[in-house]
Design a protein around this ligand. Structure first.
Ligand code: FE2
Ligand code: FE2
Length: 369
């Protein structure tokens, strides 16, 4: 399978990963055939790329770190919790316990701790998908840091609930495509404290999860919110949550901007370790994130186009790739290359959708199947 901008699809390709819409139903179902009229409904929901299975990418498998079933059911559960709270002011954290355990089991069952995927979110479903993905990332980072199951459970719950306070912010502000006014931003900045108020007396949540809700926007310089405390006063769980939160937000398409590539995100986050993110924890985080997830299309330094086939923990910037097109000779190719073993060719960069659309050669390469 490979990740392809929807403009490049002709129809007939097999959809390789399910996408859930804001009502919890399947917008696109895995193993069904892509129809040209789907393009419009994807554009309306802010989706630019999907995973497809085709001849070109045969044998390339991008595996989610948790099963599709667990991801979909957890998104639904978080959504149900929000609806229940809005209607009755009641919270049912018990129901999340089971999901949390399944997330942890799935992650512990993976041999390697590698985040090797792109989480595709619809714009209306962003907050729910974001919370589940932050939870997944927190557990992966916690595992890499050597945390035990009990600590992973606290991280998972804190990740799922970190933005719960946003339900008190009007949707017009959360979904505003333009820059927020100062007053609006002040309202958004209340969400960690409001979330904390909702959960602070809840017997099932531990201080670690509560600190993640309250303090995931603190900065090591002491200039974050709501408390504005410095590095040594921010609990580890909140620092973990801050890193996973920034990563997931930057790599997702938002209403006001396109997603950053993973490599750009990591480079920006590296700069943020001077004043915002904990540098020691970020170093560990960086080691579990694949720069080019399996199924990504990349441009190599020898002007060929390739699809990432396999990532390895030992060298996350040098995956094994399948070279599919030579831009110089405009020829189709089919060659496997382990970039770890070759000194003269490197990845130049990930190809972004605009490049496909503005360069007929690249577009031709991407459409072959
Ligand atoms: Fe937040
Ligand atoms: Fe968040």
């Amino acid at each position: 399978m490979r990740l392809v901008p929807i403009e490049c699809l002709n129809g007939g390709e097999i959809i390789a990963k399910t996408i859930i819409d804001e009502t919890g139903s399947r917008l696109l179902s895995r193993n069904t055939s892509f129809k040209p009229y789907y393009k419009q409904k994807l554009v309306e929901r802010g989706i630019e790329k999907i995973y497809i299975a085709d001849e070109l990418s045969e044998g390339i498998e991008s595996k989610d770190v948790i099963s599709e079933k667990v991801r979909v059911e957890t998104i639904d559960l978080v959504k149900d919790m929000v609806s229940l709270f809005k209607a009755t002011q009641q919270i049912d954290v018990n129901r999340l316990e089971d999901s949390v355990i399944r997330i942890i089991e799935d992650i512990l069952n993976n041999k390697e701790i590698l985040y090797d995927m792109v989480d595709i979110k619809t714009k209306d479903n962003y907050t729910y998908c974001h919370c589940v993905n932050v939870s997944v990332l927190c557990v992966m980072l916690g595992r890499k840091m050597g945390a035990n199951r009990s600590y992973l459970k606290k991280l998972a719950l804190g990740g799922l609930l970190h933005d719960f306070g946003k339900i008190l912010i009007p949707d017009e502000i959360l979904n505003k495509p333009l820059k927020l006014s100062n007053t609006e931003f002040d309202l958004v900045k209340l969400h960690p404290f409001q979330g904390y108020q909702i959960f602070k007396d809840h017997p099932l949540l531990t201080p670690i999860s509560k600190a993640m809700i309250l303090m995931h926007h603190e900065q090591i310089s002491g200039e974050g919110y709501p408390l504005g405390v410095p590095r040594d006063k921010i609990p580890e769980g909140a620092k973990i949550c801050a890193i996973c939160d920034v990563f997931d937000a930057m790599t997702s398409k938002r209403i006001h901007r396109d997603p950053y590539t993973i490599i750009d995100t990591l480079n920006e986050m590296e700069k943020m370790t001077r004043y915002h993110l904990d540098p020691d924890i970020f170093k560990i985080f960086r080691s579990i994130i694949c720069y080019y997830p399996v199924g990504t299309t990349v441009l190599l330094t020898d002007e060929t186009i390739a699809i990432v086939e396999k990532n390895k923990t030992e060298s996350i910037s040098q995956p094994t790739v399948r070279v599919i097109y030579d831009l110089k000779s405009q020829q189709e190719l089919f060659k496997r290359l382990d970039l770890m073993l070759c000194d003269d060719v490197k990845i130049k960069r990930e190809l972004i959708p605009e490049e496909y659309m503005n360069n007929p050669s690249i577009l031709r390469a991407m459409k072959q199947s």
